[in-house]
Design a protein around this ligand. Structure first.
Ligand SMILES: Cc1ncc(COP(=O)(O)O)c(C=O)c1O
Length: 336
C-alpha cells in the first residue's frame, strides 16, 4: 500500500461481512466473505424504491499498539432508527458491533499506520428482495465493507468555504434525521453546483422557514458566538451526529463551555459568530473560513481556524487515537 497517497476513495480489501434475512425477515448468521460484487434482484426495494441506508465509521491505528473504533454502539443504534423509518428489519446492535469488529480484524493489513489515515467502515442495510408495487422489500441484506482512506487534511488544516444553498436537505417529519441513501442522492445537485462555483461545501437552511441553519453537507454545524457561547442546531430534521454529541460533551464537561442546542437563524451566525466549524466522522472537526449567503461573502475568524475549534479538534482526535484519557469509554479496541 502507498500509505502517503491515500485519498477518500474505494480501495478493494480482503473481505467484507454479509448477513441476510430469510423470507420471514429473520436475520440469519452472517460471515466475512471474499471482497467483490454482490448479487441483487432487479426488482429489489433498494434499487427501485431507495429502501436503503448506511453508516460511516473509522478504525484507527493507536500509535502501533492497538486498533480502535469510536462509539460503534451509537452507529448501531442509529442504523436501527434508519431501519424503523424505512420499514426494514433492524439489525441487532451487538451483531452490528461484532460484524464491524470481525471485518476490521480480517482487514488489519489495510489500516493506515499512525496518522497516515484510517480504515473507513461502511455498514449498509438494504431491501434486497423483489417487490413490484410500492411497499417494503421481501428480504434484506446487511453488509460491511472497509476502505483505507488518507487524512482529511493533507498539508495542514484549511478552513472551508460554504455556500448557503437554495435547495433543502430535509423537511419536517421527513428522513433527514436518519442516514437514508436517498438523502444523499438529493444532495448531489447542490453539492456539485457549489463545488463548480468554487466552494467546498453547502450550508443547508430549514425547509419550513428557510432561515434556520441545519447542516453542512454531510456534517453538523457549530458556531462559537462572540459571547463565548457555543450553539448548534437542535435535533429534528438534522442527522444526530456522533461527533456532534461528542463535541457537545467535551465542550461542556472537559472545557466547561456553555452549549445551546436550539434554532439558529443564519443572520445570527453572520452577525454574531466568532468561529464556525462542522463535525462528522470524515472530517472530525473542520473550521469554516467563510459563508456566502445571497451573494455576499462573510469571512470568519480572519479565515484562520478558530481557537475553540482547534482545542475541541485536538481533544477529540487525542481521545480517538488514545493519546489522551477517555473518561467516557468511547474507544473500543478491536480484538485479534
Ligand atoms: C447528513 C449528515 N450530517 C451529519 C453527519 C455527521 O455524523 P457523525 O458525526 O455521526 O459522522 C453525517 C455523517 O455521518 C451526515 O451524513
Amino acid at each position: 500500500m502507498d500509505w502517503d497517497n491515500l485519498g477518500f476513495k474505494v480501495v478493494p480489501t480482503k473481505t467484507l461481512y454479509v448477513a441476510r434475512t430469510d423470507e420471514n425477515l429473520q436475520w440469519q448468521p452472517g460471515a466475512c466473505v471474499p471482497y467483490g460484487p454482490l448479487e441483487i434482484h432487479p426488482a429489489s426495494g433498494a434499487l427501485n424504491y431507495g429502501q436503503s441506508g448506511f453508516e460511516g465509521m473509522k478504525a484507527f491505528d493507536a500509535a502501533g499498539r492497538s486498533v480502535v473504533l469510536f462509539r460503534p454502539h451509537d452507529n448501531a443504534r442509529r442504523m436501527q432508527q434508519l431501519a424503523e423509518r424505512l420499514c426494514m428489519p433492524p439489525y441487532p446492535v451487538d451483531d452490528f458491533v461484532a460484524a464491524v469488529l470481525s471485518v476490521v480484524n480480517e482487514n488489519r493489513e489495510f489500516i493506515p499506520p499512525g496518522d497516515k489515515g484510517s480504515l473507513y467502515i461502511r455498514p449498509v442495510l438494504s431491501g434486497s428482495g423483489p417487490v413490484l408495487g410500492v411497499g417494503p422489500a421481501s428480504s434484506y441484506i446487511f453488509y460491511v465493507f472497509v476502505s483505507p482512506v488518507g487524512p482529511y487534511f493533507k498539508g495542514g488544516i484549511r478552513p472551508i468555504d460554504l455556500l448557503v444553498t437554495d435547495y433543502h436537505r430535509a423537511a419536517p417529519n421527513g428522513t433527514g434525521n436518519v442516514k437514508a441513501a436517498g438523502n444523499y442522492a438529493a444532495s448531489l445537485k447542490p453539492l456539485t453546483g457549489a463545488k463548480s462555483a468554487g466552494y467546498d461545501e453547502v450550508l443547508y437552511l430549514d425547509a419550513r422557514e428557510d432561515i434556520f441553519v441545519e447542516e453542512v453537507g454531510a456534517a453538523n454545524f457549530f458556531a462559537v458566538l462572540k459571547s463565548g457561547v457555543i450553539v448548534t442546531p437542535r435535533h429534528g430534521s438534522i442527522l444526530p451526529g456522533i461527533t456532534r454529541d461528542s463535541i457537545i460533551r467535551l465542550s461542556m464537561e472537559h472545557f466547561s463551555w456553555q452549549v445551546e442546542e436550539r434554532d439558529i437563524e443564519i443572520h445570527e451566525v453572520l452577525g454574531e459568530a466568532a468561529e464556525c466549524f462542522s463535525t462528522g466522522t470524515a472530517a472530525v472537526v473542520t473550521p469554516i473560513g467563510s459563508i456566502t449567503y445571497r451573494g455576499a461573502r462573510h469571512a470568519l475568524s480572519d479565515g484562520k481556524p478558530g481557537e475553540k475549534t482547534m482545542a475541541l479538534r485536538d481533544r477529540l482526535v487525542g481521545i480517538q487515537r488514545k493519546k489522551y484519557p477517555d473518561p467516557y469509554s468511547w474507544v473500543v479496541e478491536v480484538p485479534r
